[in-house]
Design a binder for this molecule. Structure first.
Ligand SMILES: [Zn+2]
Length: 221
């Protein structure tokens, strides 16, 4: 179904050029606050704002390609309207929050695109996701399913009725459901529609002929 995609794991990460990496190192090693190196004025440390902004633009552009326009966490298409929830805008999301882990502000594996609901203050926001820290990002332990380091299906399974279940009692699965509100009714309903559409090989629930659907599967409605 066009409005939802189950993303098992992100297939690749952003690669920075040597020049971009040099700017990033200067930003990270400076005394400036994380929010400032990400979006504020950086002239004082010898990085031109437009050079930093070109990295920020590149992050979004590349991740849009990698994620093909879908939120990694909830799986919905970024421009999909969900009832009164409104348009799902795109955020460049720091998996480990930049406010807590400045060193990982530009780390490729720490960046993912998320919708404004998943990344909003009601859900993930600035919550800590690292349970044990290491200077090498890949050696950190995370308390949620990690888009690059984990396979989603090792932790969560998508059930026929659109609900999610923790695989082998996965704590990461449980935390991910809670942190992103994945058990909310509108998420369950949209995943259920996705499963129905997939089984009938149509792009949207509105393409289904209701009569045919009732004949073929009375249990669906
Ligand atoms: Zn989302």
């Amino acid at each position: 179904m066009a409005n939802y995609r189950y993303i098992e794991k992100l297939s690749r990460e952003i690669l920075y050029s040597e020049e971009e990496q040099q700017w990033i190192d200067t930003l990270i090693n400076s005394d400036l606050e994380p929010t400032r190196i990400w979006s504020g004025e950086v002239n004082s440390i010898g990085v031109r704002r437009k050079d930093r902004d070109s990295i920020i633009k590149k992050i979004k552009k590349e991740l849009e390609e990698i994620q093909e326009g879908y939120c990694y966490y909830c799986g919905f298409k970024f421009n999909f309207r969900v009832g009164e929830r409104g348009v799902k805008n795109i955020h460049r999301e720091h998996i480990a929050p930049k406010s807590l882990y400045k060193a990982f502000t530009f780390t490729s594996k720490n960046l993912v695109l998320a919708c404004n609901i998943c990344n909003g203050d009601d859900y993930k926001g600035d919550l800590n996701t690292i349970s044990s820290l290491d200077s090498d990002y890949d050696n950190c332990n995370f308390n949620i399913i990690h888009p690059y380091l984990d396979n989603k299906s090792d932790h969560l399974s998508l059930e026929e009725d659109g609900t999610l279940a923790n695989v082998n009692g996965s704590q990461k699965g449980k935390n991910t459901r809670e942190m992103f509100g994945l058990d909310e009714i509108f998420h369950i309903e949209n995943r259920r529609q996705y499963i129905i559409c997939k089984s009938y090989n149509v792009g949207s629930i509105y393409e289904l002929n209701l009569e045919e659907l009732l004949l073929r599967n009375r249990a669906v409605f």
